[in-house]
Design a binder for this molecule. Structure first.
Ligand code: ZN
Ligand code: ZN
Length: 275
């Protein structure tokens, strides 16, 4: 028990340091390039801060189990000799491919959370934010995070880009997740930054802000890093202007407990996915 308390104490401290570092980057950036005027201490900032700690601590625990099961199931497998061949590839070749494969899996998982009422129940929490800023990234139900990450990470292992070595999981998969999370803070940020042709290559605030629109053009821009998936699968929307209103018509409680418990209880009739 003591060991657990010690671990959580240490993790909470580590996460607090990360939070300060993120704030040091994003608070001035959002002051400098504000897209919409917004106070730093805006509505529901406490809820989002609580989500930050909760989601940084718990999903990793939960995801570890199914990934370990998957890795064990794949251990020793070598379909058509591909896994053995991939194992010889240098990291600088494998890492970009890991990002790509992870984003492909996440794209479809994310799209599923918009289409299937059971999953939308959980994902609607993320879309309940009516103002966009970097901290909105943390507002997500753990079930939503676990589902989307599991599909992306699982695909990295299934494709053989990461493989079990002994009892340890592949560190590079953790790096893909960490870098992806950092980028996710950026694309939610309240910044009027446009990156020209780069916006077609990598997800930007404009790209992801449109994913959060409350009005027309919902169900677009599901990719977290590579917009190419949305272009290829017909869900991209990237005009010059920005959305004027964010949020969802699905009713989502304003409190942390409500957002956590409501989708699990599912007492109300399943909320309709947008569009
Ligand atoms: Zn979404
Ligand atoms: Zn988002």
């Amino acid at each position: 028990m003591n060991a657990y308390l010690h671990y959580f104490g240490l993790e909470t401290f580590r996460l607090s340091v990360w939070l300060v570092l993120l704030a040091v980057v994003f608070v001035p950036l959002e002051r400098l390039l504000a897209l919409h005027p917004a106070p730093i201490w805006r509505r529901q900032v406490g809820v989002d801060l609580a989500w930050y700690f909760l989601n940084s601590l718990f999903p990793a625990f939960v995801i570890g189990v199914p990934i370990a099961v998957l890795v064990r199931a794949l251990q020793g497998a070598n379909p058509f000799g591909i896994y053995a061949w991939e194992a010889t590839w240098p990291l600088w070749v494998k890492l970009p491919l890991m990002f790509f494969v992870n984003d492909f899996g996440s794209y479809w998982a994310h799209r599923a959370t918009h289409k299937l009422p059971f999953l939308w129940r959980f994902h609607a929490v993320h879309h309940s934010a009516e103002h966009m800023d970097w901290l909105v990234n943390t507002r997500a139900h753990p079930v939503d995070i676990v589902f989307t990450r599991l599909v992306g990470m699982g695909l990295i292992y299934v494709t053989g880009l990461a493989q079990a070595t002994g009892h340890r999981l592949d560190n590079s998969v953790a790096w893909v997740t960490i870098a992806g999370t950092m980028w996710a803070f950026f694309i939610h940020a309240n910044v009027r930054l446009r990156l020209g042709i780069l916006e077609w290559l990598v997800a930007t605030p404009a790209f992801h802000h449109w994913h959060h629109t409350r009005r027309e053009h919902q169900d677009r821009n599901f990719a977290a890093i590579f917009p190419i998936f949305d272009f290829v699968f017909g869900t991209a929307w990237l005009p010059r202007e920005w959305p004027v209103e964010y949020g969802t018509d699905t009713k989502v409680p304003a409190t942390l407990v409500g957002q956590l418990v409501d989708p699990v209880l599912g007492g109300e009739p399943p909320p309709a996915p947008p569009s």
